[in-house]
Design a protein around this ligand. Structure first.
Ligand code: F6P
Length: 364
């Protein structure tokens, strides 16, 4: 009898998810002796009644590696340990359905699970592993802020998208003698911002790790725009904040959504700058455009190797581990370790130093 492998995607989507799914399925097919089932919307496909599961075989994943998003769909409010349900009076309550999930996995004869997701999803993986589930993690985030892996797929694609957008802002900034503010994603870490700013040659990059001093930004802009002639490009991470200030966020009304919703720092920054200097400015918020579309070739190659490695971990019984790319090698780390730290841009980071060497203002 064939063994059964469950695959799912959780948390925010990311270019390359389908590439990983295909690689897991094809590796299992080529190894033989495995049947792969996909759970829709993270573990919800198992927890819902009726269940929403799909059989994934060699042919059903054909060509999906170039497709953005995830054929399994995703959700960032499907934590089985904090699952939103409506009680008899229609009120939403949060309940722990982890035991129910494990029972259902047993009823489905699932031998192993591959969970493709970011920090939040891997925290769930660790808790399930501690409860006896044979689970392997595949790291995912465009932010590239997972500590235990040098790279996550989707990041290069996001940087390409953001760089292309900023390149376009340069020509219009130059024509109109304007300051252009491009707000990019990156809630805790400024990797997308820093890479984009260096690739596009921006004058200013503001990352969450370095709270900015408005005076420094004004000086930099005034060195670039004199008598309304000249232009400047600023790339700002959504998680950036002024010294002694807070990040710009909105409350979410989505039931079970546990993240703080960031976005809007670009407009706040423009208002603050315009109180001080009389120069035309415009803001472009790139938002989810950075998470959409086809993965670039680099991410497809990385994601394919992540998927293949995840299946290797399943075959060798290395459960409770997450795939990792470290120093040009594909390896694995205990999920517990992977979720204990974030990978921030540190002062000694060579790209940060390089940005400074290019004369880029980092707000400090
Ligand atoms: O963590 C990845 C990320 O894209 C962040 O950069 C961003 O703040 C967040 O997800 C947005 O999440 P959502 O799609 O739930 O709004």
């Amino acid at each position: 009898m064939k063994k059964r492998l469950l695959v799912l995607t959780g948390g925010g989507d990311c270019p390359g998810l389908n590439t990983v799914i295909r690689a897991v399925v094809r590796s299992a097919y080529c190894a033989g002796g495995w049947e792969v089932i996909g759970s829709k919307r993270a573990f919800n496909g198992v927890l819902e009644d009726p269940q929403d599961l799909v059989t994934l075989d060699y042919h059903s994943v054909s060509g999906i590696h170039v497709k953005g998003g995830t054929i399994l769909e995703t959700v960032n409010k499907g934590d089985p340990f904090a699952y939103p349900i409506q009680d008899e009076s229609g009120n939403w309550v949060i309940v722990d359905r982890s035991d129910d999930l494990i029972r259902r996995l047993n009823d489905l004869d699932i031998d192993a699970v591959v969970s493709i997701g970011g920090d939040g999803s891997q925290k769930i993986s660790q808790k399930l592993f501690e409860k006896g589930v044979n689970i392997v993690g595949v790291p995912k985030t465009i932010d590239n802020d997972l500590f235990a892996t040098d790279l996550t797929f989707g990041f290069q694609t996001a940087v390409e998208i953001a760089t292309e957008a900023v390149d376009k802002l340069v020509t219009t900034a130059e024509s109109h003698n304007r300051v252009m503010i491009a707000e990019v994603m990156g809630r805790d870490a400024g990797w997308i911002c820093l890479h984009t700013a260096v690739a596009a040659g921006a004058e200013i990059a503001l990352i969450p790790e370095i709270p900015y001093d408005l005076d420094k930004l004004v000086d930099k802009i005034q060195s670039r725009v004199v008598n309304n002639r000249g232009f400047a490009i600023m790339v700002v991470a959504e998680g950036a904040r002024p010294k002694d200030g807070v990040v710009v966020s909105q409350k979410s009304k989505e039931i079970g959504y546990q993240n703080v919703r960031l976005g809007g720092i670009g407009y706040h920054l423009m208002a603050d700058l315009q109180d001080r200097i009389d120069i035309d400015m415009r803001v472009t918020v790139l938002g989810h455009v950075q998470r959409g579309g086809i993965p670039v070739a680099f991410d497809r190659v990385l994601a394919t190797q992540f998927g293949a490695k995840a299946f290797d971990l399943v075959q060798s019984g290395q459960f409770g581990h997450m795939v990792s790319y470290s120093r040009f090698a594909f390896t694995s780390v205990p999920i517990k370790e992977a979720i204990s730290y974030y990978k921030f841009v540190t002062d000694d980071n060579y790209l940060l130093q390089t940005a400074r060497n290019m004369g880029m203002c980092l707000g400090d």
